[in-house]
Design a protein around this ligand. Sequence first.
Ligand code: AGP
Length: 609
Amino acid sequence: MCGIVGAVRESDTSGFLLEGLRRLEYRGYDSAGVVVINQSGRLERARTVGKVKELERALTQTPLAGTTGLAHTRWATHGGVSETNAHPHICNGTLALVCNGIVENHEALRHSQQEAGLAFTSQTDTEVVVHQVYLHLQNGLDLADAVRATMDELAGSFALAVVHAGEPGRLVAARQGPPLLLGRAEKESFVASDINALLPATRRYQVLENGDVADIRGASCAIKDSGGSPVERVIHTSTQSGAGAELGEHRHFMQKEIHEQPRAVSDTLEDRLLGDRVLEDAFGSEAGRIFDATRQVLIIACGTSYHAGLVARHWLEYVGVPCEVEVASEYRYRRHAAREGTLVVTISQSGETADTLAALEEAKRQGVVGALVVCNVAESSLVRESDLVFMTHCGPEVGVASTKTFVSAMTGLLLLALVLSRRHGFDSGFEAHVVHQIRTLPGALEAALAMEDAIAEMAQVFSDKEHALFLGRGAHFPIAMEGALKLKEISYIHAEAYPAGELKHGPLALVDEKMPVVAVAPNDLLIEKLKSNLEEVRARRGRLYLFADPASGLESREDVTVLHVAPVDSAIAPIIYTVPLQLLSYHVALIKGTDVDKPRNLAKSVTVE
Ligand code: AGP
């Protein structure tokens, strides 16, 4: 899941390309590179390992200049993280190419290209693509036709852009899978993996469809579809803010985003509630018709968004709506029996997660009454592919570890459960009670944030640990899973989550005095059961760290540290109990000195499968 940006401009494009890379860095920050066609009609390239700022440093020392160029930020799939594996890849000193995606038949192509006498300088799957385009050029094809011929020979899922030193002012782009947008301006054209990279130059954009090849010459752009026929793609005007997110007084974006949660939730709720009711239109104008036809819900998502789905299953089944929750990368390749009246719900911060997009396509193929997405990015692929949309109004989330979008997505899913509850015999009194609780969310989140100092102190214990267990029950098991994921992601401590009642079936063998066990203990129907499970841990000399309701009766003692969470209604408790776990992982990472916002090996948006 790399980021691509390219441009054909009237003046030097290197500044635009660099800014584009900064805005696409969330897609991968293993290495970055840029190529331009210089005034003498030669390719000039710079590549660096690490984040975009490394490339920026290199370009300050040795600037590149040219009106046509490409740039790329990489998240390594094939070939390690090295300068030679960084894009753009060049063939014969004349042809440069950037690619996002995976070419599955790269080994066979590499073999035949080596036999044809081409030399390789990288271990990437992408290098075969630039060689293949080159071979077609050698056979007399025009650049756009050579790209088309190459696409037809590639297996996999990719988006690419290519320039030829002999044709300044021309850029060819193609899509077969990952999104690729064309930016259109009066005298110039652009290409990028997402709208953010285009905004410094233009708000007008087209979305390439699968199989499209776009031939850009200055401001003109001819698109041909997968059958090779000329097509027009709609020109959209972006309404997205062009401003990048600012860190302000915070040390990290993750910390800022954790503290923004009360605001993110209140913005997400704005205009979605009327008195003590949820407005059905919050999900789109077709919501009434689709919800009337809904007999069950199928939730599909990845990572943190999947955890939000697992919490939502508790809410939906509570109000009588059968619900399944699937990890997108598994669902997309599994055989499943279609169930009549299924509403498919995808959850995604970015709206660009490749597995979730593919799983949605598969669910639609099975037959659904409608597709709803809960998403934070309005101009994203999942929003475009869905009938109903619930936007979380969090503003950009920069930290790789999702925080405010998790809490806001759960809020949206609770509203969905309420809207569906009306069709399952729940009266307005039930809805009014839960809406009243939902309105308390911003204040309750503030109260949870006030625990930060105590949590920072608790975090000291974890900084030299290699493992941790997270426990929860009911709707709080997914919260424990999310807590474990956060700790793994940003502090590189191996953490596992279990439903507390499951410990005795195996994981209890791991528990000794060196194993910290974190548990969330709201005062709900399962509290006594949970307390028994915690005693099982103590009896094995496990060290407990608890976030508990004061009424739970759980208090600190020698082997137990308890931090009390202000009492909240069980309807909203999973949302509130998320906060202390986020703060714990953040403070452990701070002590360990890891790169909190850009943890190793990860990327903010996972646009490859
Ligand atoms: C969250 O902390 C993770 N970085 C990751 O699990 C993320 O939630 C997942 O990749 C799904 O992303 P999405 O919400 O943008 O689809």
